[in-house]
Design a protein around this ligand. Structure first.
Ligand SMILES: [Zn+2]
Length: 337
């Protein structure tokens, strides 16, 4: 997309916009372009910026910060990454080893000054928009959390047909299996931590919104609606005409249950899988290079299939329907956590 004005923007600084209401209230941060080939968040944020600058709506309370392009180098290249995935290893470092490390060092203090994060993404395969939320309330060591109810409510209001819960625990379990008994170092676990994990660690909460396929012309609209719905939910702005606060049909909630690695470069899927393709227990998903079938462990769904995963890396995730209730009743038992 050579028409993208941000493809030519400076890569040595981040453009951020903060609107501070004179009335105190929640502090919402919206990120676009954490991955450079995901332009819908940028477009949704720019539309909102134009609305605010043009007086189309008012910030009623709190503080809103918008970062249209969180990874300018990746955007310049229109690639997912500049030098590496910005949404990994997301914590401040005294001596950043690469471009994304330097960006992380600018974004972390910004995130720390906010209560709520909405991180806008898109994805490669075909499929509908979905939101990703974190763990249930827990006091464990991996990702302690106490704001699952608020986070779930935000995801509920973003209006996607599917919400996926759980990431870091399944990622950690995958690491542990790869280490086969050896201790998994904190550094390896940190690799699984992104922007949302960072704000949760700072006492806030965050939702990743996958707005649709990278080129889906509806994705910028999904991004913009999500920002307006988040502002309304937080009491920071009125909803625009024609947008309902809560989708008429609650989203289907899935819980990531396991990750399966590709082990050999001749391991192959039995068909082209798309995220959220349903599978039945025992249904063949892929074949190992020696002919062994990899089958669905249960009735559930394929998530993030990657036919080109490097041997030793995640091949696909498997998810179950979740019994969790999003919203005010979300303090239900965290039995499976
Ligand atoms: Zn992304």
């Amino acid at each position: 997309m050579s028409s993208d004005p941000f493809a030519r923007a400076a890569t040595d600084s981040l453009r951020t916009h903060t609107f501070a209401s004179l009335n105190p209230g929640p502090r919402l941060l919206v990120l676009g372009g954490v991955h450079g080939d995901e332009t819908c968040g940028t477009a949704g944020i720019e539309r909102l910026l134009a609305e605010l600058d043009g007086g189309a709506f008012q910030l009623l309370r709190g503080q809103l910060t918008l970062v249209p392009v969180a990874n300018p180098l990746a955007r310049r290249r229109l690639q997912r990454e500049g030098e590496r995935n910005l949404n990994r290893l997301f914590k401040p470092g005294a001596e950043p080893a690469d471009y994304e490390g330097k960006v992380t060092n600018v974004l972390c203090p910004l995130i720390e000054r906010h209560d709520v994060l909405l991180d806008l993404h898109s994805f490669q395969s075909e499929g509908e928009a979905f939101a990703m939320i974190g763990p249930r309330d827990n006091s464990g060591s991996l990702e302690p959390f106490a704001r699952a109810s608020e986070e779930g409510l935000l995801a509920l209001h973003l209006g996607t047909p599917i919400v996926v819960e759980g990431w870091l625990d399944i990622y950690a379990a995958g690491l542990a299996r790869r280490a086969s008994g050896a201790e998994v170092g904190a550094g390896a676990l940190d690799f699984g931590r992104g922007t949302n994990e960072y704000i949760r660690n700072c006492g806030g909460y965050g939702v990743t919104l996958e707005c649709g396929q990278h080129q889906d012309p509806q994705a910028p609209e999904v991004a913009w609606r999500a920002i307006r719905r988040a502002l309304a939910l937080l009491g920071m702005a009125a909803l625009p005409q024609g947008l309902v606060a809560e989708p008429p049909k609650p989203p289907q909630l899935l819980r990531l249950a396991s990750v399966t690695d590709r082990l050999h470069e001749e391991d192959s899927f039995v068909r082209d899988w798309a995220t959220f393709d349903p599978v039945q227990r025992g249904e063949p998903i892929g074949m190992r290079h020696d002919g062994t079938l990899v089958s669905a462990p249960d009735d559930g769904f394929i998530v993030f299939p990657n036919a080109l995963a490097l041997p030793g890396a995640e091949w696909f995730y498997f998810a179950h329907p979740s019994e969790r209730v999003l919203g005010p009743a979300a303090t239900a038992p965290a039995s499976a956590a």
